[in-house]
Design a binder for this molecule. Structure first.
Ligand SMILES: *Cc1c(COP(=O)(O)O)cnc(C)c1O
Length: 458
């Protein structure tokens, strides 16, 4: 009887196979060697449990697979055919060309990130986006941190630690990813005072909860759900007025969530309160995300009165939440498009929101003709896109969809997700559909090729 252990190659012999030599150029000698050692150890274990020794080619293939699975980059582009414009799981807002250029320019060399060029001394990182934010929103001052959750946490800690914050019961939301408003308040050291009911909160409710301990009134955008029917909420301006009548200083804080700078109504959507509205109402601070409806990089923006923002800038926590140079560069470039009035032309999120229905229909028609010729059974049908990202909950934009006519929709969808450039589609009424609104213009060819490929696989 052959000793099965002796049929196993040595580590050196295994990694001298041509494919593994090539893998060494990619993953490095140490990784390939370590993976080979572990594989051979595991194989000895399986032999000791009575299994036969695998042949050498199987070991090479297993090793390559293992290296690819564990060491290949795991973050890469996908094609979003889902029709959800601000899709948190797919990285939210794609950036504008100008934002990408600005990021490359500051990232590929040195920059004046914290360097005052006129004095030759240390400068302020936060001056870069601040003036643009003030110009656009009408606020006195602004601060940019890592994301809106950070902005919100920093704000509460600075304004309300050890004191009370009054919030409507209708706004005690969970935003997603476990971000619950009451938990954040507790973590900031503030005490939550709930007022009103889920569907109705009046200014008198805030008034009767006011005390010497009150640090702030807090308004939170409901973001991912909607209360309909018999409802009443208190306008910001009424809270500002009430805060003004109180003897002690009470701040009015507003977490807008998505935060739009543009009026959403011309695009057939309901009115979404803008950042400018919040500033104009006289709030002390307003927070919003950089990568939701703003269409920029991941960031949390706080705009508000100068004294409050100056306090935030001095908080030690601010240092822990600071943004990097590429974020500031992308944010500046994104904000400039709003200043110039070219947001709907330049910023992908707004290009998608403003895409005309007839242009979407023409595009899907072309997709359908191409795929029909390639032998794929498809159909064009009306549907709807979602804005997503916790903005405009429940609201959709009319679109035209491409439907792939197959009862293997789950299989097709899985195959599409496993491609080198994965495609994420949507399953609607047991049919796989693709929404052109969220497929970037230069991705058409790749999308069609992907659909043809998976069609042949099933
Ligand atoms: C999305 C959202 C947040 C969190 O913002 P991030 O930028 O994801 O940290 C906070 N509050 C509201 C109301 C939101 O919609």
């Amino acid at each position: 009887m052959n000793n099965p252990y002796r049929q196993l190659p040595s580590i050196d012999r295994l990694i001298s196979h041509a494919e593994l030599v090539e893998a060494t150029h990619y993953f490095g000698h140490t990784s390939v060697r370590n993976a080979a050692r572990i594989l051979l150890e595991d194989t000895r274990d399986t032999i000791s449990s009575g299994k036969p020794a695998p042949d050498e080619n199987m070991l090479v293939a297993a090793l390559l697979q293992q290296l690819h699975d564990t060491l290949s980059p795991s973050l890469y582009p996908v094609i979003n055919g889902s029709g959800v414009i601000v899709h948190t799981n797919l990285g939210r807002a794609p950036l504008s060309a100008a934002a990408l250029d600005a990021m490359i320019a500051v990232a590929s060399g040195y920059s004046n990130l914290e360097y005052n060029l006129s004095s030759g001394k240390r400068g302020g990182r936060y001056t870069h986006a601040e003036r643009l934010l003030c110009e656009l929103t009408g606020a006195e001052a602004a601060l940019v941190v890592n994301n809106n959750a950070a902005a919100f946490t920093l704000l509460l800690r600075s304004v309300a630690a050890g004191k009370e914050v009054i919030v409507s019961r209708g706004e005690l939301v969970e935003i997603g990813g476990g971000f619950r408003i009451p938990d954040i308040l507790r973590q900031s050291g503030a005490e939550l005072v709930e007022v009103g009911t889920t569907n109705r909160t009046r200014v008198s409710d805030y008034e009767s909860a006011l005390s010497e301990e009150t640090a702030a009134f807090l308004k939170i955008h409901r973001s991912n759900f909607k209360i309909i029917g018999f409802t009443e909420s208190t306008p910001l301006s009424a809270l500002v007025e009430l805060a003004g009548t109180h003897a002690d200083s009470v701040a009015v804080l507003n977490d807008l969530g998505s935060g739009t700078l543009l009026d959403t109504r011309p695009f057939g959507l309901e009115y979404e309160p803008t950042v400018q509205d919040s500033v104009e109402a006289g709030t002390d601070a307003t927070t919003f995300s950089g990568d939701k409806l703003l269409g920029g990089p991941q960031a949390g923006v706080i705009v508000g009165n100068k004294a409050l923002i100056d306090d935030l800038k001095r908080q030690p926590l601010t240092r822990a939440l600071r943004v990097d140079k590429t974020t500031l560069a992308a944010l500046q470039a994104t904000l400039l498009a709003y200043l110039r009035g070219t947001a709907t032309q330049d910023i992908p999120v707004w290009q998608m929101i403003s895409a005309p229905l007839d242009a979407l229909a023409r595009r899907v028609q072309q997709w359908a003709e191409h795929l029909t010729q390639a032998g794929v059974a498809v159909e064009v049908r009306p549907g709807s896109s979602a804005v997503g990202g916790g903005s405009l909950p429940g609201q959709t934009l009319p679109t035209t969809l491409l439907a792939v006519l197959s009862d293997q929709e789950e299989q097709l969808s899985k195959h599409l997700r496993m491609l080198e450039t994965p495609v994420v589609a949507r399953i609607e009424e047991d049919t796989l559909v693709f929404d052109p609104r969220t497929v970037l213009p230069d991705q058409d060819v790749a999308l069609l090729r992907a659909i043809e490929m998976v069609w042949e696989q099933i």
